[in-house]
Design a protein around this ligand. Structure first.
Ligand SMILES: Cc1ncc(C[n+]2csc(CCOP(=O)(O)OP(=O)(O)O)c2C)c(N)n1
Ligand SMILES: [Mg+2]
Length: 397
């Protein structure tokens, strides 16, 4: 039998049709991101207060500022190592993490560096007891200092914190998905109700281990929410050479789980889709996939910027960057009446590259928060040179 795309929708779903998630599942057939099956009044984001909406806006700025500021630090020669930019993808990180409980787990990858300090940030930006990493810890990692998880072995990946319920990221794409499934299986066996968000680029999903892990989670109804950051590129490979569907979320049908599509540029839509998946998982109904449509703003890493300018059509890049998440959030806040007058026109970071943007384009508390962390990281001690070969080979063998 020759498979056509229509066949996939005819496979019986394991989720009852009456469930809000399964009605959202229908949207996975669309070519463009759509809102889910819920009516607007039922959307989880409608329950967010004015202050919470404004906090989301500020967190988008913080995430963007982390990116541009680190690029500037590297250009000024104050930082070495590769940077994997999350520019244009901020709404995915901010929107998906905002509704988590402190005890929930996350497993970010290379594109998600801000996720480490965004986890549980609602408990207070300066709260030392929140269940996330502090921005100081993240900056110490980036600067390769002694007081960091990587201790100068890597500036970007291989960072995590078990006590904050952050699974260490690794260089092996999709390698954290089975770990995440195991972590929440253990939690369930111990009577917990934590969920885990695993973050993956769309390219990572071609890994065999990705399918094994999602299938395992589906069979055991584990609370694993697999977020696909579909930024249209995996290094130099475009999406159409990675998989033959326009919507990755439709793959969820193959696992018998819900697949949702979020507009990855809209922090409220990401929040809505992820919160539906979280509630579904927390109530014991199992995993789901949330595909967030977005576009990679620069090269794969900053080492790839020049090459990416050759392998990507400038028109495609211009188109992909037109819908800036900060601009979209600003528009929504103006519509809601939460941003008015001068406040609606201040801090215009959107649409600007690191070279074009200045500190005045960001709220002062955002600038100060990161500047303090960078100052501390730069002054912090490096690990001793003798440590270099430690923990690499078996000690005392
Ligand atoms: C198993 C494995 N294969 C290949 C690589 C090399 N590699 C690192 S990132 C990357 C592209 C990832 O693309 P995607 O998953 O779409 O994430 P994005 O970088 O676009 O966010 C590749 C091929 C790797 N780290 N691990
Ligand atoms: Mg990608």
């Amino acid at each position: 039998m020759r498979w056509r795309s229509g066949n996939i929708q005819s496979i019986p779903k394991t989720i009852p049709e009456s469930n809000t998630l399964s009605s959202t599942l229908g949207s996975a057939t669309a070519d463009k991101p759509k809102s889910g099956g819920n009516s607007p009044t039922e959307l989880p984001s409608n329950a967010l207060s004015r202050d919470e909406c404004l906090e989301l806006f500020k967190l988008l700025y913080l995430t963007r500022y982390f990116d541009v500021r680190l690029i500037k630090e590297k250009r000024r020669g104050r930082l070495t190592g590769t940077l994997y930019s999350s520019h244009n993808q901020e709404a995915i990180l901010v929107g998906s993490l905002f509704g988590l409980q402190p005890n929930d787990w996350i497993s970010p990858i290379h594109r998600d560096m801000p996720a480490f300090f965004l986890k549980d940030i609602r408990a207070g930006w300066h709260n030392p007891n929140r269940k996330g990493m502090s921005i100081d810890e993240v900056c110490c990692q980036v600067w390769g200092k002694a007081d960091s998880p990587g201790r100068a072995r890597d500036n970007w990946s291989h960072i995590g914190k078990k006590s904050a319920h952050i699974i260490h990221s690794t260089s092996m794409l999709a390698g954290t998905v089975p770990v995440a499934a195991g972590v929440v299986l253990a939690d369930r066996l111990n009577g917990g109700d934590a969920v885990v968000l695993t973050f993956n680029g769309e390219g990572s999903t071609a890994q065999g281990i990705f399918h094994e892990a999602v299938n395992f989670a589906a069979v055991h109804k584990l609370p694993v929410i697999t977020i696909i950051e579909n930024n249209q590129w995996a290094y130099g490979t475009p999406t159409h050479l990675e998989f033959p569907l326009s919507d990755f979320a439709r793959r969820a049908d193959g696992y018998g789980i819900p697949g949702l599509i979020a507009d990855g540029q809209d922090v409220f839509d990401v929040y809505d889709k992820v919160m539906q998946a979280v509630e579904f998982a927390r109530s014991g109904q199992g995993p789901s996939i949330v595909e967030c449509k977005t576009f990679r703003a620069y090269g794969h890493g900053d080492h790839d910027d020049d090459r990416a300018a050759k392998y990507r059509d400038p028109k495609e890049v211009e188109e992909g960057r037109k819908r800036d998440p900060i601009a979209i959030c600003r528009k929504r806040l103006i519509e809601k009446g939460y941003l008015k007058g001068e406040a609606a026109k201040s801090f215009m970071a959107e649409g600007k590259n690191a070279a074009e943007v200045s500190d005045e384009d960001f709220p002062p508390e955002v600038v100060q928060y990161l500047k303090d962390a960078i100052d501390k990281a730069i002054k912090a001690p490096l690990p001793a040179a003798e440590e270099g070969a430690q923990w690499v080979f078996r000690e005392n063998a």
